[in-house]
Structures are given as structure tokens and as C-alpha cells.
Design a protein around this ligand. Sequence first.
Ligand SMILES: [Zn+2]
Length: 328
Amino acid sequence: MKQEEIVAGIDLGGTFTKFGLVNRSGELLAFESIPTEKNLHYELFLKRLAGEIDKLKLSLGEYYILTGISIGAPTGSQHEGTIDNASNLNWPKKLPVARILKAIFNLPVIVVNDANAAAVGEMIFGVAGGKENFLVVTLGTGLGCGVVVDGKILLGTNGHAGELGHVRVVDNGRLCGCGRHGCLETYASATGIVRTVLEMTSGEKTGSLLDGIEKHSLTAKKITHAALQGDDIALSAFEFTGRILGTALADTVALLNPELIVLTGGLAKSGDLILNPTLKYLNQHLLSIYRDTVEVKLSEISTKKTAILGLAASIWFHLDNELNRVTV
Ligand SMILES: [Zn+2]
């Protein structure tokens, strides 16, 4: 019987582990999610996860053959196949997840940093098709950045290149989760714009639709909603966020000379509200030699699928390129 090759993408999160099976055309054929059992020994959890992946594959029937697995985490090291110092998991400092899953499945397994996975996802299935120099900036809880230079993901010495979210943009600015002050992600992210609105609405009544919303219930989605209704505070918050992001991206262009910057993640769902001010300030601060050489686009992959499709794209890319290079 002729069989179709598929791969598994596993997104290991602090609360849930999501996984899906994807074919070469980028179709998500099956998807499942289980709680990440941080109190279970990590080897036992990975065994349980492997069982769930087997079950999901069986549900598709025998036509499909699993050829590779890719696992993503914010601190995944592609060089070592480990997840390092994941602050949201109670597991040891360096988890050898690739080695363990390889032993269970007897298939190629890679570990990918989630921003890099998003970049490969855009290259293989998204708006960066055919591009060799681009950035994918994920605007979620934090700000992640996957960098592709001359057709290859930029990894750096330890596989941690592209930490644009922790480039400091404001002296003595907002306190960041990394312990320092003024990092880009404290301004330009879904949580950053919430902090901006809270600063703007603190104290006196401003007449904004966002006045008096409890700190913990304010979201980027609510700010988007208010901006679409013409709320001044919400619109100023987008302008401020776009100014900080666009200015930082102008500096990044000077370093990497990309032809495209893709914005993705929760805050990118606000569409033109974030795209327009980002473009305005990017162009305003761009060195003249880069004028009209760099486009900024919003991702067209639904945020729900970004992680799994990006992980699947990464393992397809690995199977077609890196593996061949090693064996030739
Ligand atoms: Zn930081």
C-alpha cells in the first residue's frame, strides 16, 4: 500500500502540551492537547506523551507513516537536543528530550526554539516563502524573534541567537522578567501594551472605554476592541507600541539587512492597528540605504496553528536538508 509521510510537532508549554500530525503540504491532519504533568518525572511524562502520539497516529489509519518529530519550547537548544532552564517547568535544568524520544520512536527528533519554529513555518507554509533573509517577530506574552540569514536559521554559539525581546530600548525602563529594565518585550508584546494602557489610565478618569478595568482582566484583545471603536487611549497605546517596535526594528535592519519582517502572535491579530505605526516609525528611523528594501507583513497562519505548523516545517526542513548533508 502506498503511504503518505507525516511528521509530529510537539509544543511543550508550561500548562499544556499540544501536538499535531502534519503532512508535507502543511495540513494539520490531527491535533491533541494534554496537561503538562510537571510533577511527574519528565521521562515518564515523555513516555506518556509518546503513547498519546501513537494513539493520534492510529486514529488516522495505516495510510500515514510517521517520519520525524520536532519538539518546541521557548528555551529549546537545537544544537544539543535539550530544553534548557525552562522556568515554567519543575524539571531538571537540561532535559535531553531529543535523546529520549529518539529511543522511543527510533526516528529523527529535533528540539527547536519556538521563535525559530515560527520562522521556518513562515518560510515553508507562510508569507516568507522563497525569502532568504527575513525575521519573524512573535508578539505574545513576550517578544520572540526567529532570524533567517542567507536561507538558514541563525542559531549563534549556544543556539540562543535572536533574543530581540531582551534588547534594551529604554534606559531605566520597565522591569522585565529577565530581571533587567527597559527590554523591548516589556513594551512591544501583548503584555507590554496592557502595561502601557494601565500606565495611561492610572490616576484620573480619562473617559476611555478602558478606564477602571481590573489589571488582571485587561488584555490586548480588549485594547484592540476599544481602538476599533475609536478610543483615544487605546489608539495612543498602539501608536506608542508601534513607535517602540518600529524604532527597534530599524536598528535590527541595520544589523541583518532583511527583505521581510513578519509580525505574528496575539498582538499581531490587531492587524493594521499595530502594523501601521510600526511601519511609520520603522521607515522614519531606517538608514537611507535600506529605504524601500524591507517589507513588513502580518502572518497569515492562524495563531492556533503557528506553533505546530512551525515545528512541523522545522522537522521537514531538517529531514530534507541537514540529514542529507550529514549522510552524503
Ligand atoms: Zn528582559
